[in-house]
Design a protein around this ligand. Sequence first.
Ligand SMILES: Nc1ncnc2c1ncn2[C@@H]1O[C@H](COP(=O)(O)OP(=O)(O)O)[C@@H](O)[C@H]1O
Ligand SMILES: N[C@@H](CC(=O)OP(=O)(O)O)C(=O)O
Length: 430
Amino acid sequence: MQVFKFGGASVKDAQGIRNVAGIIQQQPPKQLVVVVSAMGETTNELEKLTWAYLGREAAKDTIWQHVRARHEQVIDNLAGDNREPFEGVYELFSDVETLLAEEPEPNADKVYDQLVSFGELLSTRILNAHLNQSGLDSYWVDARRLIRTDDTYREGKVDWERTGEHITDTLADLIETSVMITQGFIGNTGEGYTTTLGRDGSDYTAAIFAYCLNAERVTIWKDVPGVLNADPKWFDETVKIDQLTYQDAIELAYYGATVIHPKTIKPLQNKNIPLYVRSFLQPQEPGTVIGHFEKHLPVPSFIFKMNQTLISLHPKDFSFIAEENLSKIFGHFAEYGVKINLMQNTAISFSVVVDHRPERLARLMPHLQENFRITYNEGLELITIRHYDEKTIDRVLVHKKLLLEQKSRYTVQLVVKDEARSPTPELTPE
Ligand SMILES: Nc1ncnc2c1ncn2[C@@H]1O[C@H](COP(=O)(O)OP(=O)(O)O)[C@@H](O)[C@H]1O
Ligand SMILES: N[C@@H](CC(=O)OP(=O)(O)O)C(=O)O
């Protein structure tokens, strides 16, 4: 059996849903699990809805009406005279409206998951209804019944044992004769509360199903021809990589190549399941295959992370940056959920580069300031090059001021300020 995953861009409108249905219908009508994300920008809009609902703002109704109207437009376009297969979508609309009429509960992250998860429920109901109407007897499966997580809302940790049991008990027989349509990104605590697996987590869901069902392959369908040696949004001359090792894929994803969610590779590597990255716009093309290969990346690969903040910590008492200070620092970063993208130290200074997330950083800073003098610099770029050479480094440094560089055998990371955008100030004192 195989697993397909379609992201938000592939199902952003009625034409997208018809295209996805066409790709599914090219396959034998069995032994296929299809994992689908929310349509287009729905997750971002549902996030806004959540903040408005929690803030008891009147804007929540306008935001929700907008989300609802866009889904209704897609149904209008697909349904023709027969709306019956789409009834499940209207039930979901009512569920959201019931939730929004209630007083919000205090745990904001829990509320987030209960609301934001509707994006995937809606898109899969619509796709399944369209497939049924087109003559394919696909089944809509509620991923929350199958994927069990802990109660870390917004970043649910998967209980692999329970999830494996649920998936095999529910799907192993059904899959022999049918196609399953299910949601990416969502799970359940076991006490009836929905969880989400972290933004962009639908690729990971596809890997979870593949692992539990011992799939022969996973295909994630994207708006690019495959894995390229750089994001085409930032780089003009990209090259498609035909074959990629699990190791290179996990490193590229970890450093920020958003084409694959970083958690996707491990479950697949553990069972030697190949991952195909293919274009939903050119489904006849082979794309990229990720697996156990001998050869490493044939070309240097570039990953750009924008909007980075460089924070340097200097112990106030001039103590060394050694175990004691490091464990304090890491403890605070972990507690406030600030992920470190790069770190470097000298005897009495420790520098980290993190995504610019003002709320999290504002909560973290006072704790660090107890023991450390802090300098920081915002608005930076973190450039990672896998399989670099000096020419590639020179190429990315044009018009950039280099603030920090770190090299290992295969990877160089450069923290730079784009001089074309604004003059580079020196590190700002505390
Ligand atoms: N190395 C890369 N190769 C291909 N695409 C990349 C790479 N790095 C970043 N991307 C970006 O990833 C996007 C596809 O991923 P994403 O938007 O998360 O897909 P989806 O949400 O449909 O699953 C592309 O449009 C491209 O801009
Ligand atoms: N819809 C979720 C999950 C996801 O993975 O979406 P996509 O496949 O479109 O990146 C999000 O936007 O975070």
